[in-house]
Design a protein around this ligand. Structure first.
Ligand code: SF4
Length: 288
């Protein structure tokens, strides 16, 4: 079988920075705490665990004193920084600069829209670390919408400042924007509606590239972590173009009944998929 790895797939610069920060520190320390999974990929998390990275949750974080803790690319709400200050925790902040800028925008946008009794609305996955960090900028006053039904939470007579989680798809974002406009119109409201397209181009640029890649392969093996938002989004794009698209998180999830002898196999992945894992999967397919 002929196997090609998509050169545009793999870690985005935000994830590369966070992993490099962890690896650099672990050269001089035996262990380092990281608040939440450093990347939504269990195989990469396991690799870093072996180097000494210890993943902790927010409850464990609150119990710590006088130790360094790494903040991953998704960023954290202000509450985390307050706890660190109180408990003398040294934060190694590997929040992605794109996320930090968005947090800042949301904070300023909230101050602005509040003056006219408006609301901040975030298109994102409830409970996702980045969304928790964004909502924290508004004292958790922001409304989180992930599907059309959630728009019922919005008061259309009041101004709206609308943002997106960085890893959401452009189509979904545009659909939400047009649906909000429709509903404002139906409600007879002329309240201000500010649209902030805050989708990360590291993700949105991959959609057209992956469409092109998927078109040219007989079968696609999409490699991604089950918790990855952009993994789910990018997998759906491949599947739409190439129905013979399969999602795997690890080599043992491959099923060789999917393949035919003369297939051109395309391997691709999310912004949280390590290149070494795509290489490993490509090698196994080549050998079979
Ligand atoms: S997807 Fe974009 S915003 Fe998110 S970590 Fe990567 S570079 Fe940063």
């Amino acid at each position: 079988m002929n196997v090609t790895i998509d050169l545009n797939s793999g870690f985005c610069f935000g994830v590369v920075n966070a992993i490099q920060a962890a690896e650099n520190i672990l050269k001089t320390r035996d262990s380092l705490y990281c608040l939440g999974d450093i990347v939504h990929n269990n195989m990469e998390v396991d690799r870093l665990n072996k180097l000494g990275l210890v993943i902790i949750d927010h409850d464990q974080f609150s119990e710590l004193r006088n130790v360094p803790v790494l903040i991953r690319a998704h960023g954290e709400p202000p509450e985390t920084y307050k706890i660190a200050l109180k408990n003398n925790i040294e934060l190694i902040d590997a929040s992605c600069p794109v996320v930090l800028r968005l947090q800042n925008n949301v904070r300023q946008g909230y101050d602005y829209i509040r003056k006219s009794n408006g609301q901040v609305v975030i298109y994102g996955k409830p409970g996702h670390a980045e969304v928790v960090g964004l909502a924290g900028q508004t004292g958790n006053d922001a409304l989180i919408v992930s599907q059309e039904e959630d728009l019922e939470k919005i008061d259309f007579s009041r101004p709206i400042n609308f943002y997106s989680q960085t890893t959401k798809g452009m189509e979904g974002f545009e659909h939400m924007v047009s649906e909000i406009k429709n509903r404002q119109y139906k409600a007879g409201s002329d309240a201000e509606f500010v649209v902030n397209d805050t989708i990360c181009r590291q993700v949105s640029h991959r959609a057209p590239q992956l469409r092109e890649f998927s078109k040219n392969q007989d079968i696609i093996i999409f490699v991604g972590g089950k918790k990855s938002s952009n993994g789910k989004y990018l997998y759906d794009i491949c599947k739409e173009i190439n129905p013979r698209t399969y999602f795997v998180s690890a080599p043992d999830e491959l099923d060789f009944s999917w393949f035919k002898g003369d297939d051109h196999v395309g391997i691709c992945g999310a912004t949280s998929t390590p290149r070494w894992l795509m290489d490993q999967i490509a090698e196994i397919i080549r050998e079979n």
